[in-house]
Design a protein around this ligand. Structure first.
Ligand code: UGA
Length: 482
């Protein structure tokens, strides 16, 4: 059976290493940070990812998975080496590839047998070709080293599932041997039906960045519609529902609100702009600048609204209670987090900001030590003049608005993620605001309107013939909230 090394054990690498062990391989994970390697060797995952600690610890204990710091050891150990190092933003948003080159420099001269190196990191198109040249310079005499690209599409918060059940596998290869080796590695998911796309190196690199750019485009598209909804009294969540019923469009990633963040979407959009510009094709991705701009505007909008809610003025003051710091739920990642960005901007303006997040307090405190972090949602809202819901953790939907009304000083909550049910908040006396979503108290059903169960058995009236009337609007609303 093939032996696998995973170089770089951050978010992607640690998950991939555990996933490969789960698929039955002997795996060595290598990281140049000894503390990280030691933690993983002890079965501890240094970030929040549901299900990963159990998977990783199980395979470490079982002996199939181990971690170290030596690329020389990896060179001797494995037949397939996965490169999972970071490619953070460098100058002008272009990806910094230094960790990839450092990994090759440490690995390739020490190889003792023919092998396959597989890039998983997200890179600008053309990187694999440049790395191929570097490998040729470094490879020991008589050793044949192939390079393939196999981008990763896992989502934080669902990383284990996505690794074991990929929705597609992309193999950028230049030789049949490389394709054969990758098919061996992914035998189990392929047998389970995962579609495989075999292509060349540049296509595989572009598939990854264009996937993230497309997701960002969907989010900014719906957020630009939210801006129009805010001006016109239209409702962006119903708009998104209606668009989503068209399966050419789909409802996913049409969640309007505070916009996207994290270590991938914002960085990949900017890196694609930078790479296209470098290639002299800046025009081809000009629209992505707008995608980025819409996204930035959402954060500014929340800051502006908060200041207005606090009465505006030259020297704003007041207490803001913030729910959420992570860039999304089920994660403690605060890289380019919209929530934390809003919190730090409000603090910089001079407001008294207290933040609660179910998982990201430590990571948020490390990058924003100037903020106050509370141990519970209620503590964050203590005497708050305004409440902001900035990360849509599931548990925030279960908060008790009646109790929180007594805790907070003000009575305004801005749901910047459009995921809270306004009803209980309104019923508890809150002034509930959203982002492009209409918020109105649910009107009690008049006796003459059939109950949803009865209504559902009745034939729909021909839509085109139905004039808008208060009753029809009410029916639409009942249908939506049923
Ligand atoms: C993203 C991609 O979804 C993964 O497929 C990809 O593998 C990964 O980047 C990567 O390149 O490593 P991730 O960064 O974990 O995954 O986060 P997403 O679930 O894509 O969410 C990104 C941001 O968009 C979050 O801030 C989220 O709150 C926001 N979002 C998402 C919205 O504002 N609206 C939506 O409808 C959906």
């Amino acid at each position: 059976m093939l032996r696998i090394s995973v170089i770089g054990t951050g978010y992607l690498g640690a998950t991939h290493a555990a996933g490969m062990a789960e698929l039955g391989f002997e795996v060595l994970g290598v990281d140049n940070n000894p503390a990280k390697a030691a933690a993983l060797s002890a079965g501890r995952v240094p970030f929040h990812e549901p299900g990963l600690p159990e998977l990783l610890a199980g395979h470490v204990a079982g002996g199939r998975l181990r971690f170290g710091t030596s690329l020389v050891e990896a060179a001797r150990f494995a037949d397939v080496h996965f490169l999972c190092v970071g490619t953070p933003p460098g100058v002008n948003g272009a990806a910094d590839l230094s960790q990839l080159y450092a990994a090759l420099d440490g690995l390739v001269p020490h190889l003792t047998r023919n092998c396959l190196i597989v890039g998983k990191s997200t890179v600008p198109v053309g990187t694999a070709e440049a790395l191929t040249a570097r490998i040729a310079e470094l490879a020991p005499e008589g050793i044949s080293v192939d390079l393939a690209w196999n981008p990763e599409f896992l989502r934080e918060g669902h990383a284990v599932f996505d690794t074991l059940h990929p929705n597609r596998l992309v193999f950028g290869v230049t030789t049949p041997d490389a394709e054969w080796a990758l098919r061996q590695v992914y035998t189990t998911p392929i047998a389970a039906g995962a579609p495989v796309v075999i292509t060349n190196l540049p296509t595989s690199e572009l598939i990854k960045v264009s996937a993230n750019a497309f997701l960002a485009t969907k989010i900014s598209f719906i957020n630009s519609m939210a801006e129009l909804c805010e001006l016109t009294g239209a409702d962006v969540t119903l708009l998104a529902d209606a668009l989503g019923h068209d399966d050419r469009i789909g409802r996913k990633f049409l969640g309007a609100g505070l916009g996207y963040g994290g270590g991938c979407l914002p960085k990949d959009v900017r890196a694609l702009i930078a790479r296209a510009t470098e290639l002299g094709a800046g025009e081809s991705v000009d629209f992505l600048r707008d995608i980025d701009a819409v996204n930035v505007r959402r954060r500014e909008r929340v800051v502006r609204d908060t200041l207005e809610l606090l009465g505006g003025g030259i020297q704003p003051s007041g207490r803001v209670g913030i729910l959420g710091a992570a860039f999304k739920p089920l994660s403690d990642d605060v890289r380019d987090s919209p929530a934390l960005d809003v919190a730090t901007r409000l603090h910089a303006i001079g407001l008294d900001v207290t933040v609660f997040d179910p998982a990201a307090t430590a990571t948020a405190r490390a990058v924003a030590p100037q903020l106050v972090f509370a141990a519970t949602a209620a503590a964050a809202l203590h005497e708050a003049d305004v409440v902001l819901h900035l990360t849509e953790w599931r548990e925030f939907r279960d908060l008790d608005p009646v109790f929180l009304r007594k805790v907070a000083r003000g009575r305004t909550i801005l749901d910047a993620r459009n995921t809270l049910d306004p009803e209980p908040w309104l019923a508890a006396g809150w002034d509930f605001r959203a982002m492009g979503r209409l918020v109105e108290a649910r009107t009690p059903l008049p006796k003459s309107v059939p109950s949803p169960a009865v209504r559902d058995r009745q034939p729909e009236p021909a839509r085109a013939l139905v004039a808008p009337s208060p009753l029809n609007r009410l029916r639409a609303r009942v249908r939506r909230t049923a």
